[in-house]
Design a protein around this ligand. Sequence first.
Ligand code: DC
Length: 232
Amino acid sequence: MSEHNFPAAIAIDGPAASGKTTVGKMLADRLGYLFLDTGSMYRAATFAALQRGVDIDNELAIVALAEQIDIEITNADEQTDGYYYLVYVDGEDVTQAIRTQVVDRHVSQVSAYAGVRQQMVKLQRQYGERGRVVMVGRDIGTVVLPQAPLKLYIIASAEERARRRWLERQAKGDSTPYETILADVIRRDKIDSGREHSPLRPAEDAVIIDSSGRDPDLVLEEILRLSCFTMP
Ligand code: DC
């Protein structure tokens, strides 16, 4: 199998900490595609609102802001930049700023506004049209790129996902107990799957991949094999 036979847009969805970002990034690197983490766009809009003092509860103002700002995402060099990708809002590098706790706290609310979603989906489709992209999120296969020839839905047990987040946080010196993180994972699953607009669910033709207890390299190999059946 040669890698240039890969479909031009690959959609990856799944719950938080399912491993979709790690595997999506590995896949994009392997193929020389852009890696687009759509969660970062909702984070960028949330950060812009906080920075400019726009009230998060004011849906009209938040939607207007999301329509005004220019969000750009480019590939980064992990070795030198320390990030998978760089995010800009109106030319300002916000890569680090969108990962703060204050953004974490407000991003679910911002991403639940239909007008914000409409705007982000429009931008995401523009990236999709350029092709050669691995796009990761919650609604990529169902809403953003329903025509993508390869759609993956990556899952892992709540316990395993909580364990991954717990290990990540421990490495950063954060001692939040495992039980707290597990409860948060379960709470976020409920919000993401239960929301009115674009709830988290697999597309009908998505391939479901369980990453529980598996090394990301093995998951990547499975995806590369799968592509044999999804060539355009
Ligand atoms: O993947 P993440 O934690 O960076 O996502 C941030 C938020 O954006 C999270 O609340 C889920 C939401 N999101 C979404 O609604 N649709 C997407 N395509 C990607 C993320």
